[in-house]
Design a protein around this ligand. Sequence first.
Ligand SMILES: O=P(O)(O)O[C@H]1O[C@H](CO)[C@@H](O)[C@H]1O
Ligand SMILES: O=c1cc[nH]c(=O)[nH]1
Length: 235
Amino acid sequence: MVTPHINSKKNDFSELVIMSGDPLRVKYIAKNFLENCIKINSVRFMLGYTGYYKDVLISIMSHGMGIPSAAIYVEELIKFYNVKKIIRVGTCGTVQEKINLKDIIVAMGACTDSSFNRIRFKNYDFSAISDFDILCQVIHIAKNMNINIRVGNFFTTDKFYNFDNSFYDLLKKYKILGIDMETAGIYSIAAEYNIQAVSICSVSDHILFNKKLSIKEREHTFDNVITLALNTIIK
Ligand SMILES: O=P(O)(O)O[C@H]1O[C@H](CO)[C@@H](O)[C@H]1O
Ligand SMILES: O=c1cc[nH]c(=O)[nH]1
């Protein structure tokens, strides 16, 4: 099976997929956490790998930045490769004073400024939420692994650079914990196709305090998030 963006054979993908925006983070996860790992996609350098984690077949696939890019990969994985469970392992910004760089935030739901969900949902507001069971599993497994997480609302934006401080004040007031660029879209696609999805993000940018992680840190300092995601997806 080949799509315009993925040149893998039908059985190259596991039904369980960890996704991330950055292809180099995907490569890092595959090389450091999977056994007997093979590369299954490199079209547009949107890298994908399949291998074993604790004897379970898992795929790791990049989705690029922004809903339009992520939606292409998520829809193709579901429609052509029979994928049933997706955990996004990403980075996010925050505007909350009590949240620090590298903190882990699980997106229970995601608001958005994108029109993507309105286009899909006949122009109504779609409440983009994670699958409840997989969300509970993340919480349970994080507790067992002694990994601190926060669970709450996200804002998925089309605009990485937003210079309007009143916008960030609004997000802060409405208890938005994380800001990313894909989660709201991934959740609506998951709902349409009845698959499970959840986003787990590490804070890479503190917008309020003007602090950010380096490029290398964004690529591979998230081993706790990765093991949390892997242990959740195999359940
Ligand atoms: O680290 P990733 O998974 O790419 O996620 C975040 O980082 C990118 C912006 O720098 C956007 O894709 C955003 O959602
Ligand atoms: O979308 C994102 C991702 C990381 N940091 C941000 O500020 N926004």
